[in-house]
Design a protein around this ligand. Structure first.
Ligand code: AR6
Length: 186
C-alpha cells in the first residue's frame, strides 16, 4: 500500500526490517542503547558488533525517549542505522503520543541530515514497550505524513510491519488519514 505526499512515497509492507535495501534502517532502541530483543536484537544480530561499538563510543549517555541517534550499519545492506527511542506505554496520559511522534520525527530529520533517500521504519513501541497497535499506527503515520508534507523528502519512507495484524492496523490507519481517492487528486 502506497501514498504519494509532496512527491515522496509513503509505503507499507509486511516483512523483516533487517532485510530492507534502503539507505537507513530505524531501530526500536532503548534509552541506554543497550542490546535488547525484537527489532533491536535482529538489527544487532544481522549487522554485527560494530554497530554497538560505535554507539557506545559516540553516545555514552544513550538517547532520550522521544529522540534518535545515528550510526553506521555494519554488515546490513543499509548505510545507516537510526536508533529511535519510543516511549513505554503507561496508559496514554504520560505524553506517549508526543514522545512517539518525536522519535519518528527525529529519525526522519537525521535521515535528511545524512542525505538518505530511502528509510525503513518499524512500528516503534508496539512490542516490548506495549503501545496499542491501532493508536501507534495513527501517531506514526500522522507524523510521517506531516513531515513529508513539509519537506517532500526522503523520497521513500517504508513502514516494515512484522506480522499481518500490524500491517492491517497500519493499512486501516493510512486509509483513514489519507483516503485513496483524496491521494489521487493531489
Ligand atoms: N522487523 C520488523 N518489525 C519487527 C521485527 C523485525 N525483524 N521484529 C519485531 N518487530 P520491539 P519496542 C516488530 O519490541 O516495543 C527492545 O528490547 C514487533 O512485532 O522491537 O519499541 C529494545 O532494546 C513490534 O510490532 O520494540 C527496547 O528495550 C515492533 O516491531 C525495547 O525492546 C516493535 O517491537 C523497545 O520496545
Amino acid at each position: 500500500m502506497k501514498r504519494i505526499i509532496q512527491g515522496a512515497t509513503l509505503e507499507l509492507v509486511q516483512g523483516d526490517i533487517t532485510l530492507q535495501e534502503v539507505d537507513a534502517i530505524v531501530n526500536a532502541a532503548n534509552r541506554s542503547l543497550a542490546s535488547g530483543g525484537g527489532v533491536d536484537g535482529a538489527i544487532h544480530a544481522a549487522g554485527g558488533p560494530s554497530i554497538m561499538a560505535e554507539t557506545r563510543k559516540k553516545y555514552p549517555l544513550g538517547c532520550p525517549t522521544g529522540s534518535a541517534v545515528i550510526s553506521g550499519a555494519g554488515q546490513l545492506k543499509a548505510k545507516y542505522v537510526i536508533h529511535a527511542v519510543g516511549p513505554v506505554w503507561r496508559g496514554g496520559d504520560r505524553q506517549e503520543a508526543e514522545l512517539l511522534a518525536g522519535a519518528y520525527r527525529r529519525s526522519l530529520e537525521l535521515a535528511l541530515e545524512h542525505q538518505c533517500r530511502s528509510v525503513a521504519l518499524p512500528a516503534l513501541s508496539t512490542g516490548a514497550y506495549g503501545y496499542p497497535m491501532d493508536q501507534a499506527a495513527r501517531v506514526a503515520l500522522q507524523t510521517v505524513r506531516d513531515f513529508l508534507a513539509g519537506h517532500g523528502r526522503p523520497e521513500l519512507v517504508r513502514f516494515v510491519l512484522y506480522d499481518d495484524r500490524a500491517y492491517r492496523h497500519f493499512a486501516a490507519a493510512l486509509e483513514e488519514l489519507i483516503p485513496e481517492e483524496s491521494a489521487k487528486k493531489d
